[in-house]
Design a protein around this ligand. Sequence first.
Ligand SMILES: [Zn+2]
Length: 259
Amino acid sequence: MKYFIFCRDQLLLTDKGELPIGDTPPIRLEDWQKTHPLSEVEGIPCCWASIDMPISEKGFQMVGLRQSYSLLSLSDYLMAGKAYELLYWDTNTKFCGVCGAPMRFHTNISKRCTCCCKEVWPSLAIAVIVAVQRNDEILLVQSNKFRADYMGLVAGFVETGETLEDCVRREVKEETQIEIDNIRYFGNQPWPYPSGLMIGFKADYVSGELQLQRSELTKGGWFKADNLPNIPSKLSIARLLIDDFVREQKGQDLDVKGF
Ligand SMILES: [Zn+2]
């Protein structure tokens, strides 16, 4: 069994930076800290559990989920994200939204109310992210939510009743006053911070002068592939979109670590 044990957003790893594997939990779990099954990674069954206090025992370390990306294999990192999303969902659905009675796990990924039998599943916040291109330049912006001085892409949450393409067009217009067209699907990525799915697009500039929405963005501009500012790390689909732009422009991969 491979153990994904979280204390809030901190994941328990061995001091070698690996996930604990064994027949029994690597640390003592109380009765109420039960393990929940996940699917398998590379043939090894996995489970998650939540603890109240970080572990400081010799042989272990607690690592933030984002930081775990640089330590774990991609499949382990994705499973850690799934475990964290389930933990977050469990924490936020202790009681039924209809009648207020306690909720209990019904399957690995669903809960049922102990009184009225209402069932709930983890909800995803769907967001779009878009690389807008104007000739040989890409539109990069800095969100006021970024934790460091780098620039990324326009992004935002899909609203109820909106198509993904409508959302891409609306977010670019709201945040930059720019009109776009030729919106193409690029790829998607689970974004477990805390429970998102990020859907990436490419689009072409049509018209408009760049005017930043100051409540959301601190910087913005058009950049050529050989003159990029600080950009995000390879953790995010934003970076995959920027790498794709650079590859198309220069015919080679970008060799910078990012933030
Ligand atoms: Zn109920």
